[in-house]
Design a binder for this molecule. Structure first.
Ligand SMILES: Nc1ncnc2c1ncn2[C@@H]1O[C@H](COP(=O)(O)OP(=O)(O)OP(=O)(O)O)[C@@H](O)[C@H]1O
Ligand SMILES: [Mg+2]
Length: 258
């Protein structure tokens, strides 16, 4: 297995209040370690405030951790292009006044990868199933689900090795979630991208990921994988605290089946 990213003892703290505040530091991540392997999608599960997005900002290089390190085992010079992310709110990454085409091509332009705008934008639209003749509509004219496809296509354009999905499917209805999951699986086969799936929905993680990591209060409390199976993992840790916590996610994600 080829290792793509190694997170080694990463801790992150934030100050509460202003610069002069004497309030205790807010611990967002505490000695978090894990590896991401090529073509083994990793799911990171955790409740609100568990530290998931803090981890994403560190992986994207937007923040430096207070301690520990992140190593990427791919072309250092191309790092900013090779790890990309799609976030929960589709509108937050799209300029509402721009056409879908301009949104799709923005990254390519930034990285000087724009050659033939018409062909490239149409190819990208096709990749995520957006009608080619809709590309001149403004991005605000698309539905939330369509906007999320635009977001996906605009980062796929950069041919990333790793794609972080930070609650990227959370705002979509279950039917669209299912469609997007199928699409992500087929894109993975075509483009050989490894996904890091951040979610508080265990169902989404189980459908996309080989490995699962559970974060609570900034700490890794549990790691498991598809081979072991979720049930076995719960049994394995049935006396430990983490099992109860994992079980809660299980119950919450599948409550409708009971
Ligand atoms: N810029 C910041 N300044 C101060 N505290 C922060 C900052 N960013 C995050 N935190 C705190 O760090 C902790 C982890 O936050 P984070 O956003 O990483 O959680 P999350 O797991 O992504 O949650 P959610 O599921 O709600 O998106 C929280 O206690 C949060 O209040
Ligand atoms: Mg978050």
């Amino acid at each position: 297995m080829r290792e793509l990213i190694r997170v080694d003892g990463v801790s992150q703290y934030y100050k509460k209040g202003n610069f002069f505040s004497k309030a205790p530091l807010n611990v967002a991540l505490e000695k978090v370690s894990f590896s991401l392997f090529e073509n083994r999608n990793l799911g990171i599960l955790g409740r609100n405030g568990a530290g998931k997005s803090s981890l994403v900002r560190i992986l994207l290089g937007l923040e430096k951790p207070k301690s520990g390190q992140v190593r990427m085992f791919f072309d250092k010079k191309q790092e900013r292009r090779l790890i990309q992310a799609v976030f929960q709110d589709p509108q937050s990454s799209l300029n509402p006044r721009w056409s879908a085409r301009k949104c799709l091509l923005e990254g390519l332009e930034n990285f000087k990868m724009l050659k033939n705008p018409k062909d490239q934008s149409e190819e990208l639209a096709e990749l995520v199933g957006l009608p080619k003749d809709s590309l001149d509509k403004k991005s605000f004219e698309f539905s939330g689900g369509e906007q999320q496809r635009i977001n996906l296509a605009r980062v796929l354009a950069l041919q990333p090795r790793v794609l972080i999905l930070d609650e990227a499917l959370s705002n979509l209805d279950v039917h669209l979630q299912m469609k997007m999951i199928e699409m992500l699986k087929s894109l993975q086969k075509q483009l050989s991208i490894t996904y890091l799936v951040i979610s508080h929905d265990l169902r989404i993680i189980l459908q996309l990921c080989e490995d699962v990591l559970l974060l609570r209060d900034g700490k890794v409390v549990f790691k498991t994988n598809k081979q072991e199976g979720i049930y076995n993992a719960i049994l394995r840790d049935s006396k430990g605290d983490s099992a109860g916590y994992f079980n809660e996610f299980y119950q919450a994600s599948f409550w409708h089946l009971r």
